[in-house]
Design a protein around this ligand. Sequence first.
Ligand code: CA2
Length: 147
Amino acid sequence: MPTRVLILNGPNLGRLGSREPEIYGSATLTDVATACAKLGAELGLTVDLRQTDDEAELIAWVHEAIDGRLPIVLNPAAFTHYSYALRDALAMRTAPLVEVHLSNPATRETFRHTSVVAGVADGTVAGFGTQSYLLALRAVAHLLGRT
Ligand code: CA2
């Protein structure tokens, strides 16, 4: 029986592939979804990838995951650096939570060096473009005892 995983994406990530390819790569979020669905099938995970620019909607999806005990792969985008509301929601989770970033925020502007999410996640994968998501999915499978 496959386990459903929510792959949640925060603001502006719907624009992936259109600008700043030197930082975020040339893949679109649809490309990321396709790659995650393919790997998920191999790992016994059904992937549900979503993106929103709205903090309230993102938090509602986190509540949905919490209520369903669903694992989360999360790229909070800029919310990473300041959303205590998102952090408080994530702190209620019981299933695996892996934070993911396309770029490596530690090598960028100082404001990106702080993640308010990292402290409530099982771990973080950053700096590998689309591969960050695939590595995060493998981490979820591992945390679920699948690998
Ligand atoms: O590296 C990541 O994945 C980030 O979460 C991306 C966020 C940024 O605020 C974080 O510090 C690191 C920004 C996403 C913006 O996405 C764009 C996509 C295409 C063109 C421009 C921005």
